[in-house]
Ligand binder design. Structure first.
Ligand SMILES: C[S@@+](CC[C@H](N)C(=O)[O-])C[C@H]1O[C@@H](n2cnc3c(N)ncnc32)[C@H](O)[C@@H]1O
Length: 164
């Protein structure tokens, strides 16, 4: 426990540094292009992360749900949701992270995941609704502009929210 806490704090601080990248999309893309090859390895150092994420996703998601995973990255939460839900839409603006997710979807032969490249909420299909929305380790990206983003997050996209 004493080891994981500083590691999680480090991850969150690193992500916090990328607040400004919401304005500079090339910088965000470059940051995750560099991190993507090592992303799953770095997260696996914290063995509790994936385990607890799967546990929480299972608690929120129901078998008949259409689930939205905002900032899905390499899909740690997406895959957990896909195994428990009817359909999952995985949204992320980093193609490098999405490429990792696409490989996993292929390996696991999942047919119920739609991968979308885009920012929240502009990257979503207009008019589509979701039964549950999950997001993990992504909200830190939005914290510099709370007033604008909070208004957006407060709209009706969010039905059941799991944020860690
Ligand atoms: C630290 S990663 C977390 C990935 C994954 N959710 C996980 O738990 O491993 C944060 C992800 O959020 C994405 N992201 C950043 N800003 C975003 C935005 N405005 N809308 C959607 N995704 C965003 C990044 O591209 C990145 O893949």
């Amino acid at each position: 426990m004493t080891f994981w806490k500083p590691l999680r704090t480090f991850y969150i601080r690193t992500t916090n540094l990328t607040h400004g990248f919401q304005e500079n999309r090339t910088a965000l893309d470059s940051f995750y292009k560099l991190w993507a090859p090592l992303y799953d390895l770095s997260v696996s150092l914290d063995s509790g992360y994936k385990r607890n994420l799967s546990r929480m996703v299972k608690r929120v998601v129901q078998a008949s749900d259409c689930v939205l995973d905002v900032g899905c990255g390499t899909g740690l939460a997406t895959l957990a949701a896909a195994k428990n839900a009817k359909e999952v839409v995985a949204l992320d603006p980093s193609q490098a992270m999405l490429d990792k997710l696409a490989k996993k979807i292929g390996r696991e032969k999942l047919r119920n995941v739609e991968v979308r490249n885009g920012f929240f909420p502009e990257g979503l299909e207009k008019g589509k609704t979701y039964d549950s929305v999950i997001t993990s380790f992504m909200l830190a990206h939005l914290m510099l502009r709370p007033s604008r983003r909070r208004r957006k997050l407060g709209q009706t996209y969010w039905i059941r929210v799991l944020a860690i």
